[in-house]
Design a protein around this ligand. Structure first.
Ligand code: GDP
Length: 299
């Protein structure tokens, strides 16, 4: 897996160094393991919890061999990730109309790019996809989404710069229903200047969507830049206080050794990761698979 190479390398180099030559599974081993987790931005609380779980599992079976210890490390990472998971990584589908997904996040995290990539992913899976450029606030966001739409042959509903995003959302939901689209992906200006501001902005969109779409909104995805490590966790907490986030899109995992932040977010907030971004191209996206992810981090 080329995309995750950097994340994998840094973390796994540390893990691997734990296993070079004969290594006793002693307190030093667990200290070094903790350091590797901290370095991968797993976060302090999660690091303690997961190291304890690994220690307990290793002692339970009396593992001493490298491959056994490594397998236990991966198993416990997956276990702890999945422990509190509500549902799975699949999208919550609308049975009676288009599935509407709002995308929120601070500038530069890869929000517009992720809308394009996920649109492409869904289109490749045979679905009819509509995009809405409701980020009328950031200069360039509308044009950028239009470029994605043209490149991928996916229609984009737009308004004028600085116009009311709610008007764009209204047009898009109407079109999605009238023309039987399966998915409507909305690139919102949902960013956190103030909590009240974000809540107000999203509440207005939600009202319109609830009025115009059967079953309203299905998902609100928060896009986070993995290279910001623990800052991503702080953003997740703040957004989650302002509105109910139903899933995460973690971007730029191709350029970071901070992939462990997934575990940290999982520990602090009960929000599943839905997709990971591994580059700038349409194909640089994967549905999140906890087992595969943890395996890649360690192997
Ligand atoms: P927005 O302001 O949140 O909408 O961010 P953009 O979608 O404009 O993305 C900001 C920058 O990050 C752009 O240069 C994107 O190409 C880049 N980007 C987005 N996702 C990824 C990713 O997964 N990997 C890498 N390497 N770059 C990304």
């Amino acid at each position: 897996d080329k995309g995750l190479e950097k994340t994998r390398k840094n973390f796994s180099e540390r893990i691997a160094s734990l296993f070079t030559g004969f290594r006793e599974i002693d307190d030093d081993f667990y200290d070094d393991l903790e350091e590797a987790f901290i370095g991968a931005d797993v976060g302090f609380n999660m690091t303690i919890a997961i190291t304890d779980a690994i220690r307990e599992a290793i002692e339970r079976v009396g593992a001493t061999k490298q491959e056994d210890v490594k397998r236990i490390v991966i198993e416990e990472m997956v276990n702890i990730y999945e422990k509190n998971e509500e549902g799975n990584t699949a999208i919550n589908e609308n049975p009676d109309g288009p599935t509407v997904i709002l995308f929120v996040g601070v500038n530069g995290v890869g929000k517009t790019t992720s809308v394009g990539k996920i649109g492409y992913n869904l289109k490749q899976a045979g679905h009819k996809v509509l995009l809405a450029a409701a980020d009328t606030f950031r200069a360039g966001a509308i044009e950028q989404l239009n470029v994605w739409g043209e490149r991928l042959d996916i229609p984009v509903v737009t308004g004028k710069a600085k116009s009311d995003p709610a008007a764009v959302v209204y047009d898009a939901v109407k079109k999605a229903n009238e023309e039987d689209f399966d998915y409507l992906l909305v690139d919102t200006a949902g960013r956190l200047q103030t909590k009240a501001n974000l809540m107000q902005e999203l509440a207005k969109m939600k009202r319109i969507i609830e009025r115009e779409n059967p079953n309203g909104i299905q998902e609100v995805f928060l896009v986070l830049d993995a290279t910001t490590g623990q800052n991503a966790l702080i953003q997740a907490k703040q957004f989650n206080e302002a509105t109910e986030i139903t899933g995460l899109v973690l971007t730029k995992l191709d350029g970071t050794a901070k992939g462990g932040v997934v575990l940290s977010i999982r520990y602090e907030l009960d929000i599943p990761v839905k997709y990971i971004g591994l580059g700038e191209k349409a194909t640089d996206l994967q549905q999140f698979d906890p087992e595969q992810y943890m395996y890649n981090l360690v192997s």
